[in-house]
Ligand binder design. Structure first.
Ligand code: PGA
Length: 259
């Protein structure tokens, strides 16, 4: 039994900016083929914006849904270079990653920007995947909990979750992303409880249990996924590097289903 009422593991592929168009379409085709075996899991694939349409066509009718890596915080307007959540929805996107640490670092994405993105996504009935995580230095200095609570509060304070709303919080320790490093599943469980406490300070515990999934991301692979998913608070995984190969990604889904 999963904790938090989550019986179906959520597995999100984050392809980042790592694939050419032809490599992305090739990977999508392989995932579609493999996706008959994904039954029992909820699988979401997040390509670059430029490949959304083509990947949507390929994944149509498969066992994998289409997601996006980011969006803007307005539905429409004079915002050169940005992509509206409504435009994403037109491609069938329901799940959108928000506040990934790479965007916080390289684009100076602030707590306020992340908050506004989550607000517009919820208002459109879409599902944000809020990424939070501490840096290596914050962890070394004993500031992990403080940093995570601040990120959760900046993103979510002042928002309401009503019946139709769904939210995912992805705990991604910044020092583990892309490192190939395993971390102690007990540390993940402890940190998820810290995040859950912050969520319960904002919403009620029953709203948290009914509407919010907490998932883990950071060098998740076919070997470690079972240990992570075995923890009661881990409702799924956000997968970067291991999602770029259809065989490895499918093995991650299989591992998530087994635990
Ligand atoms: P990784 O990336 O699996 O390569 O660590 C995860 C992420 O950044 O979402």
């Amino acid at each position: 039994m999963r904790g938090n009422n989550h019986k179906q593991p959520l597995v999100i592929a984050n392809w980042k900016m790592k694939l050419t168009a032809s490599a992305a379409l090739d990977l999508a085709r392989k995932i579609k083929k493999a996706s008959a075996k994904y039954r029992g899991a909820e699988v979401v694939v997040c390509p670059s914006f430029t490949e959304l349409g083509a990947v949507a066509d390929i994944l149509d009718g498969s066992g994998a849904a289409l997601g996006a890596q980011d969006c803007f915080w307005e539905e429409q307007g004079a915002f050169t270079g940005e992509v509206s959540p409504k435009q994403l929805a037109a491609y069938g996107v329901a799940t959108v990653i928000v506040g990934h640490s790479e965007r916080r670092e390289h684009l100076r994405e602030s707590g306020d920007m992340i908050h506004k993105k989550i607000r517009v996504l919820l208002s459109l009935g879409m599902r944000p995947v809020l990424c939070v995580g501490e840096s290596f230095d914050e962890r070394a200095e004993g500031q992990k909990e403080v940093s995570l609570a601040a990120q959760v509060h900046q993103a979510l304070d002042g928002l309401w979750l009503t019946r139709a709303h769904e939210l995912v919080v992805a705990y991604e320790p910044v020092w583990v992303i892309g490192s190939g490093q395993d971390i102690d599943p007990n540390e993940i469980e402890h940190t998820h409880q810290v995040i859950r406490q912050s969520l319960c300070d904002i919403f009620t515990p029953s709203v948290v249990d009914e509407h919010i999934k907490i998932i883990y991301g950071g060098s998740v692979d076919p070997e470690n996924v079972g240990r992570y998913m075995a923890k009661p608070s881990v409702a799924g995984v956000l997968v970067g590097t291991a999602s770029l190969d259809a065989t490895r990604f499918s093995a991650v889904v299989a591992g998530a289903l087994k635990s």
